[in-house]
Ligand binder design. Structure first.
Ligand SMILES: [Ca+2]
Length: 264
C-alpha cells in the first residue's frame, strides 16, 4: 500500500516536472527576441548598371527583374552568372515599373503611381492582362496563395491573384513602433523579407501579425561593388531555394551579390 502511494506521488512529481519543462520550452520559443544577421559575400555577379532595380526574383539560374523610372521601365530575364539579358519587355513611357513576383507560371508586375499591374507569361514575358489596384505600388511577392504588396508605408496588403481585391492588410511593427518605407519584398520560408527604402537594412516580417522578427544589416555591402559611381540605394532581394542564399542588388548597381546570413 505504501509503495503504491509512493509510486503515485513519484508519478505526480514527474508529471509536474514535465509540465514545467514544457511551459519553459513554450516560453522560450515565444519570448525569443528578434534575430540579427550580418552577411558574407559568397559570389559577385554582373548586373546591368542602367537598371533601376525595383523587383528581383530568382528562378532556375535566371534572374527576373523589374525596373523603374519613366521611359526606362522594363521587365527582363537575365542569366544570373553573366548578367546577359535573354528577354525584355519595356513598359509604356508613362508607367514607372515597380515590384514583381513569379506565381505559378506567371509574372506579376506593379507600377508606382499608375494603379496598374501587368501579368505576363513566365517563359517569354508575353503580356497576358493588366489589372487595377488602389494606392501606390512598391514591392511585390507572394505566399503561395496571395500577392503581397508594399506601398512605401508600414502596411503590407494581401491581394487575391485572380481578382486583385485586397483580402487583408497587416501593419509591420518593430518594438511596437511602425516600420515605414517598406520596399522590395521576398517571401522566404514563411517570412516576408523587405528592403527598407534608403537603408542598407532588410527587415524579416511575420506575415500573420506584421511583427519584425529579424533584421539583416547590409551596411558595407556597397564596398564590394565593382564601381560606386552613380549608384542609387540598395533595392532587390531574391532567394535561391537550391542554395538557401539570398541575392541582393541595388538601383543602378553594377553587381548582384550572393550572400549568406551570419547570426549576430
Ligand atoms: Ca523580390
Amino acid at each position: 500500500m505504501e509503495n503504491a502511494v509512493r509510486k503515485k506521488a513519484l508519478l505526480f512529481t514527474a508529471l509536474v516536472f514535465f509540465l514545467l519543462l514544457l511551459q519553459l520550452a513554450y516560453q522560450t520559443m515565444n519570448d525569443r527576441g528578434p534575430s540579427y544577421y550580418s552577411f558574407n559575400v559568397l559570389a559577385i555577379h554582373p548586373h546591368d548598371d542602367t537598371s533601376f532595380t525595383q523587383g528581383l526574383v530568382y528562378h532556375d539560374g535566371l534572374l527576373y527583374e523589374g525596373t523603374g523610372l519613366y521611359g526606362r521601365s522594363s521587365l527582363r530575364i537575365a542569366e544570373l552568372s553573366t548578367g546577359d539579358i535573354i528577354e525584355q519587355v519595356n513598359l509604356p513611357g508613362d508607367y514607372f515599373g515597380e515590384g514583381m513576383t513569379i506565381m505559378g507560371d506567371r509574372v506579376y508586375q506593379v507600377t508606382w503611381k499608375e494603379n496598374t499591374g501587368f501579368v505576363y507569361s513566365m517563359d517569354d514575358l508575353t503580356e497576358i492582362r493588366s489589372f487595377s489596384y488602389s494606392g501606390e505600388g512598391w514591392g511585390l511577392t507572394h505566399d503561395g496563395s496571395h500577392l503581397i504588396l508594399s506601398n512605401g508605408s508600414s502596411t503590407l496588403s494581401f491581394l487575391d491573384p485572380e481578382t486583385f481585391q485586397v483580402v487583408r492588410t497587416v501593419d509591420v511593427t518593430y518594438d511596437d513602433a511602425p516600420v515605414p518605407d517598406l520596399n522590395e519584398l521576398e517571401y522566404v520560408d514563411g517570412l516576408v523579407y523587405a528592403n527598407v527604402w534608403q537603408l542598407d537594412q532588410i527587415v524579416l516580417i511575420e506575415p500573420d501579425d506584421g511583427v519584425a522578427v529579424g533584421w539583416i544589416d547590409l551596411d558595407g555591402i556597397e564596398g564590394h561593388l565593382d564601381s560606386n559611381e552613380g549608384i542609387d540605394v540598395l533595392n532587390g532581394i531574391a532567394y535561391n531555394p537550391e542554395t538557401g542564399r539570398l541575392l541582393v542588388t541595388g538601383k543602378l548597381w553594377p553587381n548582384v551579390f550572393e550572400i549568406e546570413l551570419v547570426p549576430e
